[in-house]
Design a protein around this ligand. Structure first.
Ligand SMILES: Nc1nc2c(c(=O)[nH]1)N[C@H]1C(S)=C(S)[C@@H](COP(=O)(O)OP(=O)(O)OC[C@H]3O[C@@H](n4cnc5c(=O)[nH]c(N)nc54)[C@H](O)[C@@H]3O)O[C@H]1N2
Ligand SMILES: Nc1nc2c(c(=O)[nH]1)N[C@H]1C(S)=C(S)[C@@H](COP(=O)(O)OP(=O)(O)OC[C@H]3O[C@@H](n4cnc5c(=O)[nH]c(N)nc54)[C@H](O)[C@@H]3O)O[C@H]1N2
Ligand SMILES: [Mo]
Length: 700
């Protein structure tokens, strides 16, 4: 008997290297153990310096909660009842693809291809399943484009106005810092793998300050917690700069050599006395002065920004203003000093043209902002009307603002809705056709990261579960059925990954497909001593850090850092503020959810339940609300029920509920995004959902 056929010779387990696909700055490397074709264990890569052997509470049970979860969608489904009624029948792939192709063709003929809109975000961050084939498909179809600026766009645009690009320092270098300001970011909940570097900095004597209106887990772990009123950070930054200049703590050499517009900045600061800033922000004068002195005189000092603060009407200006501070104090000189933001620009080293394969010379089609999908689907003046929506890697019914309008749009009978998913999300529940997508355990991908400098190859560990197909294959099949015979659809997933790596960018030196297969991951070849602006070298038109920005002036914006109240804020529209006096923050407070992902897991919901609204003691007392009471939060957009949690997690004037809950799991059939504003930021076309005013009442 040959060895391989002996029933007594077990087939050895296979260990397959992969990457966490989720939209998170950490992009962990993992290994999947496969026995007899089944994934039996998924563990963090112990050797990966950033993953460092640990995943997170959301992803530890990826196999159980996603790959093999009993609720996973395993076959193509066709709707048989009213939209949202969860009535579906199983159909075959050929039938599904035929039907979708026929409907899209008919809509394109009748209303034009712009009546078709793709809707996606970063459900998976891999470049093959995230964007390669979908981009090829919709661009060749001539469909409308989606402005996917829900995350990072407003912040980047602000930092760019000051520095020329949004490039900052590398995350590991924060370990060298001795004064760390976590400004509008909840590291322990949202960016856990950065925390060990901060902890080591602290062990070496660093001070950690959190600036956040909410008392987050991160704020509780910091040395100091500063709580400005939401939307007032630009004023706080101007106040800090005022103290730094008044007290002569600025770096004269750096400012003279590498910045533009210091004199005009100084004139602007005259309008921001510490007393005025204290009134605007509600941060005590002494705290502002103390922070200004510490950040300017402790070396290295670092400001860590992420996305919470950008989701405001003036989010871009806030980032632009804060980004002036490192140049003013010369903290860019020090390794571990300056500003830490996203690392996505490193991924520009990949050959994105080869991945996306845009149509050469094509005229840009109509664009719709992801955050305003409710309006786009319901506003009768939208022309051509959106007749088909193809959703993949996103759950707009949970994550987009103005949820009532989004749901109204999804319920439109004349909207043909196709959703590629793992689970029956609130979005998928409204679909005409639901298509089962593979998970990261089942498909090939290359994952870049917006939070650390590694590239990770994800190899498929197992065969697709059920009839699931990778997003890439679904778009290839649809293209074929629609007669799009471009060779862009002849490529395999592996060819796309190989093509992405075929760039002569120095950051990719030594990184090949083969090396990634063997090792699983590679660090971009970024110089060891990465101090991007140690001697200026800013990407602005002047080559300097622009305190004064001609680019902003030409765009009709204030060329200098400034602060204005948002229209929907206590200092904005007075009649609105009178009716709805409380600011609602809906940040990512739920550590068991990843945006709206994992809310399908009962255990995760139980750990987070019930959907809570944090309210301060004085605001609760004024409304006769006690801890644990059922309350409703309301404004002109909706009324949503929560259970009140009274205490000092929020300051007076602010209430907070975590994002991520699905409407269908929420007591009133709506979740917090039903209340949130769907306006756009001053620059970068990001959402302004943290500028939301509400009133809160006891009972319902
Ligand atoms: N557990 C978990 N982790 C996640 C996610 C998740 O959903 N769950 N999502 C991932 C994604 S997509 C992203 S983009 C990152 C985001 O990571 P973060 O930016 O760290 O998270 P957010 O919760 O969006 O915002 C951070 C903080 O900004 C604060 N904030 C809001 N407005 C203001 C303001 O005006 N001023 C100041 N100073 N602070 C303000 C909020 O109170 C919040 O605590 O997290 C990623 N990681
Ligand atoms: N109120 C409020 N709203 C917010 C935020 C907030 O802080 N507060 N945060 C905003 C931010 S920063 C972001 S990034 C967005 C995130 O918004 P989304 O990107 O829409 O995030 P998720 O809710 O996680 O939805 C991703 C979906 O993709 C699916 N998916 C995962 N992998 C695959 C795959 O391989 N194929 C297919 N077809 N599907 C897959 C998942 O099952 C999941 O349902 O939300 C934004 N909305
Ligand atoms: Mo995000």
């Amino acid at each position: 008997m040959g060895e391989t056929t002996s029933p007594f010779t077990p087939v050895p387990d296979r260990h397959v290297r992969g990457a966490c696909p989720h939209d998170c700055p950490d992009t962990c490397a993992w290994t999947v153990t496969v026995r007899d074709g089944r994934a039996i264990e998924l563990r963090a890569d112990r050797e990966h310096p950033y993953t460092a052997g640990g995943l997170c509470v959301k992803v530890n049970d990826f196999l159980e909660d996603r790959v093999y979860h009993p609720d996973r969608i395993l076959h193509p489904l066709r709707r048989t009842g009213p939209k949202g009624s969860h009535q579906f029948e199983q159909i075959g792939w050929d039938v599904a693809v035929d039907e979708i192709a026929a409907r899209l063709r008919a809509i394109a003929t009748e209303d034009g291809a712009e009546a078709i809109l793709p809707y996606s975000f970063m459900g998976t961050q891999g470049l093959v399943q995230g964007s390669a084939f979908s981009n090829r498909f919709f661009s060749r179809l001539g469909a409308s484009r989606l402005i996917r600026n829900v995350c990072g766009a407003a912040g980047s645009s602000g930092i760019e106005a000051t520095l020329g690009t949004s490039q900052g320092i590398l995350p590991e270098d924060i370990e060298r810092s001795r004064f760390i300001v976590l400004w509008g970011t909840n590291t322990i909940t949202t960016n856990l793998h950065l925390w060990p570097f901060i902890r080591r900095a602290r062990q070496a004597g660093a001070t950690v300050v959190v600036i956040d209106p909410l008392r987050t887990r991160t704020a509780e772990s910091a040395d100091q917690h500063i709580r400005p009123l939401p939307g007032t950070d630009a004023a706080l930054a101007l106040g800090l700069m005022r103290v730094i200049v008044d007290e002569g703590l600025w770096d004269r050499d750096y400012v003279e050599s590498y910045t533009l517009g210091f004199d005009r900045l100084r004139e602007r600061l005259a309008g921001y006395s510490v007393e005025r800033v204290s009134t605007i922000t509600r941060v005590p004068v002494d705290t502002i002065v103390g922070l200004a002195r510490a950040i300017a005189t402790t070396r290295p000092s670092t400001i860590r920004l992420l996305v919470g603060m950008e989701h405001h009407a003036h989010g871009s200006m806030a980032f632009r203003t804060i980004a002036c501070i490192p140049a003013l104090i010369g903290s860019w000189r020090d390794r571990g000093g300056g500003l830490l933001y996203m690392t996505d620009l490193l991924a520009d080293a990949l050959d994105w043209d080869a991945v996306l394969r845009p149509v050469a010379g094509a005229k840009p089609t109509r664009a719709v902002n992801l955050a305003q999908i409710g309006h786009a689907l319901t506003d009768p003046s939208v022309s051509p009307p959106i007749k088909a929506l193809v959703v993949y890697n996103s759950n707009p019914a949970a994550i987009a603002p103005n949820q009532r309008l989004v749901l109204e749009g999804l319920r439109r009978d004349d909207l043909f809705l196709v959703v590629l998913e793992h689970f029956m999300t609130d979005t998928a529940a409204h679909a005409d056709i639901v298509l089962p997508a593979t998970t990261q355990a089942e498909h090939l991908d290359l994952n870049w990261s917006w939070g650390q400098p590694y590239l990770t190859l994800n190899q498929p560990a197992i065969q697709p579960v059920g009839e699931a197909l990778p997003n890439s294959e679904i778009f290839r099949r649809l293209a074929r059925r629609l007669g799009l015979d471009d060779d862009a659809f002849a490529e395999t997933d592996e060819e796309v990954v190989r093509a992405a790596l075929q760039s002569d960018h120095p950051f990719l030196e030594g990184i090949t497909y083969q090396s990634l297969i063997e090792r699983g991951w590679a660090r971009f070849k970024v110089p060891d001593d990465w101090r991007p602006y140690v001697e200026g070298g800013f990407g602005t038109p002047s080559g300097k850090c622009e305190f004064y920005s001609e680019t902003l002036a030409q765009a009709g914006m204030d060329p200098l850092p400034t602060w204005d109240p948002a229209p929907e804020s206590p200092g904005g529209d007075p009649s609105l503020a009178a009716r709805y006096p409380l600011i609602l923050l809906s940040a990512k407070g739920a550590s068991h959810f990843l945006n709206s992902s994992y809310a399908h897991v009962a255990r995760a919901r139980e750990a987070e339940a019930p959907p809570r609204l944090d309210i301060s003691q004085p605001d609760a007392a004024a409304r006769a609300i006690a801890d644990g009471d059922e309350v409703e939060a309301l404004n002109d957009r909706a009324s949503v029920r929560f259970v009140a949690r009274v205490g000092d997690r929020v300051p007076p004037g602010v209430v907070a509920a975590p994002s991520g809950w699905w409407a269908s799991h929420s007591p009133s059939g709506l979740s917090v995004n039903a209340l949130t504003s769907d306006g756009l930021s001053d620059r970068g076309e990001g959402p302004d959902f943290h500028d939301t005013l509400v009133e809160v009442r006891r009972g319902t």
